[in-house]
Write a new protein. Structure first.
Length: 382
């Protein structure tokens, strides 16, 4: 069980005033914005002017790395030998219960140094007359990339375990409906099969991991129970973290994004989040809830996310509709095939490549990943 007990969910936002009338501020001094980090790295923050602090928590990519209770606020961290972008967030809990925060993003070198498998993964749903089709083999499919037929190397059947990332908006606007939403999420998670793993993210001003690849339902329910409502909406940050979480796994996987409002707090740009979704080999489902279902920008973003991955988007207005929405999502994920192939075009030119999947025999309806950008991000890491 990997659960982050976040006291920041339980504390109201306030302003701390240091002696002399000047408000203290938190600044991350290491790493610097845009720095290239690899190997053993020093995370450091300063609070000036000095003020009474209960604890300073260091997070990297949504994970709690360490907690420091007194200055100097320094945390050792090793990101490994591969150069990639990281989101460093520092949250200081002051003596009066208020919070100070700081954020830094390190540089990503485009993933060119990463060792990757050669397979392009394509999640696929196959139905006939509205019913899911079971028992298909790789020989039953033809896959085309930009019109050129590819050799299907393997197929993971619908019986293979599923890795799911569920990202839940817990911003302040969710206060009145969060308890009903949490009940619906627990029911949704209970419908996963034995062996299926679920990672639960909460996001408001920042995304954070509450449970990681958890297979025990009781533990998952306890993690859901930790969620409480406050802050803004960092949907793009949550999207990127969700994609990062599933990209580490091979096999059948899915992402469910749940939000009741458009992005107001992300460090990640909209275009960056879209590119990461397009590079992902996970089928993405998006749920714009309540008032969020009426926001044209949010609807458009989520529709684009889902469409490019072969997933679906839903717009429920009331919590009583959520059980039906989540039931459909878990049913589709439970009937997902995953095809893999090695592209006949080895160039990593960053261009969009369209994927088309057809059944060789049978009058089937097929919904699949629509394509990817050839920048190396679409490939599963070894």
């Amino acid at each position: 069980m990997k659960v982050v007990w976040l006291n920041i969910l339980l504390i109201a936002w306030a302003v701390t005033i240091a002696p002399g009338g000047q408000s203290p501020a938190l600044r991350i001094t290491s790493p610097e914005p845009g720095a290239i980090v690899t190997g053993r790295t020093r995370l450091e923050a300063v609070i000036a002017p000095p003020a009474d602090v209960k604890a300073v928590n260091f997070f990297v990519n949504g994970r709690l790395v360490c907690t420091v209770e007194r200055p100097p606020f320094v945390c050792p961290w090793d990101p490994g030998p591969v150069v990639r972008g990281h989101h460093v967030r520092v949250v200081a809990t002051m003596a009066d219960g208020s919070l100070l925060t700081g954020n830094v993003r390190t540089k990503d070198l485009g993933h060119v140094e990463r060792a990757r498998a050669e397979a392009v993964l394509v999640p696929v749903l196959v139905t006939r007359g509205g019913d899911f089709v079971h028992g298909l083999k790789k020989e039953d499919f033809d896959v085309f990339e930009n019109g050129v037929q590819q050799r299907v190397a393997s197929l993971l059947s619908e019986e293979s375990p599923l890795d799911l990332v569920l990202a839940i908006d817990i911003s302040g606007s969710m206060a009145d409906s969060l308890e009903d939403v949490k009940a619906a999420v627990k029911l949704f998670l209970s419908k996963l099969r034995p062996g299926d793993a679920a990672t639960l993210l909460g996001f408001n001003d920042t995304p954070f991991i509450v449970a990681e690849r958890e297979k025990d339902q009781r533990t998952r329910e306890e993690a859901v129970g930790l969620l409480s409502s406050w802050g803004g909406t960092a949907l793009y940050d949550a999207t990127v973290l969700s994609v990062d979480m599933v990209s580490r796994e091979s096999g059948r996987k899915g992402i469910v994004l749940f939000s009741d409002g458009d992005d107001r707090s992300s460090l990640t740009a909209r275009g960056t989040a879209t590119a990461r979704v397009q590079a992902s080999d996970a089928m993405l489902y998006a749920v714009a809830f309540g008032a969020g279902a009426t926001l044209s920008d949010l609807r458009s973003n989520l529709e684009n996310y889902a469409r490019s991955t072969g997933g679906s988007v839903f717009f429920p207005r009331q919590t009583k509709e959520l059980d039906g929405v989540f039931d459909r999502i878990v049913t589709e994920l439970g009937n997902q095939y995953v095809l893999s192939y090695s592209s006949t075009d080895p160039r990593q030119d960053g261009k969009w490549r369209e994927i088309n999947v057809r059944a060789r025999k049978g009058d089937y309806d097929i919904r699949a990943r629509r394509g990817y950008r050839a920048d190396g991000l679409q490939r599963s890491e070894k």
